[in-house]
Design a protein around this ligand. Structure first.
Ligand code: WQD
Length: 344
């Protein structure tokens, strides 16, 4: 086996897809999660896909002593992929202290313990939200970091600074920071996918839940933006493509392939798709007419943002492969599976 990787938040949406790809690549994976926004159904799904059930420990990364015990039990962790965080933009505006406490303390605890147990590599789950409203698109890693539009976005900016300052202090830690654009879709087997608690904040699960009848109607937050059809533009990236980039990042660090102790990569397709265009794609691939209405803008929304993924393409040798039609079809297949299983 290629060594042991700790995945925090590994029962969540992106985490579970990344565990699948890590196991497919021959890594041994230990998953920790506090199950605040996911269930262990995803562990079952990972096992059905890969034939390997990763070790799962229910643990909150804010629990320093609990984390210490984990590292004592697994003293051979070669790398960490840190997903565990609160991530709803709107909720972060309502509950900023919850977001600062959770998202900052959990990272600080990990960085504190890593050198004690000889773990030097951490991949950090960041977000394009750190850029705020770009001056121009596509946006690359050299773009200025603007004041965050939400406490959630601010925690991601501060997390990146914590990592940089820790490395700069002479710590043996190395890090690759991955800035995701908009992760969407589900594993092609429909064994795992996005399963937000309660009313979805994000667009795609709201689309699929509306199409299947769980939600009455989708509200499109504004069509008066300075875009071709007036709706916001995003870079919707397939979650499996995104997961594969994490394996490449871990390979890169364990293989000591870089002189730089902190590297940053934008993970996107490089294509902008508007909200209304995405709805049209969904209607085409699902064969259903979506019930939606245009309403006012949502506070804090970015008008348009899409990636320049050249740095990840050339340095990581990674490119997003899945097209938006197949990606939206995978989201719909997942929603239909949830209905079949009586989960939703
Ligand atoms: C996308 C577009 C909405 C819901 C955030 C975080 C990012 C990442 C993904 C965690 C926007 C519109 C949405 C709806 C709508 N988070 N929309 N009706 O805000 O781009 O990104 O979530 O990994 O870090 O910043 O994603 O899916 O909420 O919104 O019209 O019911 O869809 O206005 O234009 P967002 P989103």
């Amino acid at each position: 086996m290629k060594g042991k990787i700790l995945v925090t938040g590994g029962t969540g949406y992106i985490g579970s897809h990344t565990v699948v790809e890590l196991q497919n690549a021959g890594y041994t994976v230990v998953v920790i999660d506090n199950l605040s926004n996911s269930t262990t159904d995803s562990i079952d799904g990972i096992e059905r896909i890969t034939g390997i059930r990763p070790e799962f420990i229910e643990l909150d990364c804010n629990d320093l002593e609990g984390l210490r015990k984990l590292f004592q039990k697994h003293s051979d962790i070669k790398g960490i992929i840190h997903f565990a965080a609160s991530k709803a933009v709107g909720e972060s505006v309502q509950k900023p202290l919850l977001y600062y406490r959770n998202n900052l303390n959990s990272l600080i605890n990990l960085l504190d313990l890593m050198p004690e147990f000889g773990t030097e590599n951490i991949v950090f789950s960041s977000s394009c939200t750190v850029y705020g409203e770009p001056d121009q698109n596509p946006i690359d890693e050299t773009a200025p970091i603007k004041p965050a539009e939400s406490p959630y976005g601010n925690t991601k900016q501060i997390n990146e600074e914590i990592i940089r300052d820790t490395v700069r202090s002479g710590s043996p830690i190395k890090s690759i920071i991955l800035r995701y654009f908009n992760p969407v879709g589900a594993h092609p087997t429909a064994e795992i996918g996005e399963l937000p608690n309660g009313v979805p904040q994000n667009l795609v699960p709201f689309i699929t839940q509306t199409a299947i009848g769980i939600r009455e109607q989708l509200s499109v937050f504004g069509n008066d933006y300075d875009t071709p059809d007036g709706s916001c533009i995003r870079d919707f990236i397939n979650v499996v493509d995104l997961a594969k980039a994490h394996v490449i990042a871990i390979d890169r660090m364990l293989g000591n392939k870089s002189e730089d102790k902190v590297e940053i990569f934008n993970l996107g397709t490089g294509k902008g798709v508007s909200v209304l265009e995405l709805i049209n794609v969904f209607e085409k691939v699902s064969g259903t007419k979506l019930n939606y209405k245009i309403v006012g803008r949502r506070e804090g929304d970015i008008e348009k943002i899409w990636a320049d993924p050249k740095h990840a393409n050339t340095v990581l040798g990674w490119t997003a492969k899945e097209n938006i039609e197949d990606t939206m079809a995978s989201a719909w297949k997942w929603q239909l599976r949830l209905r079949e299983k009586g989960i939703m």
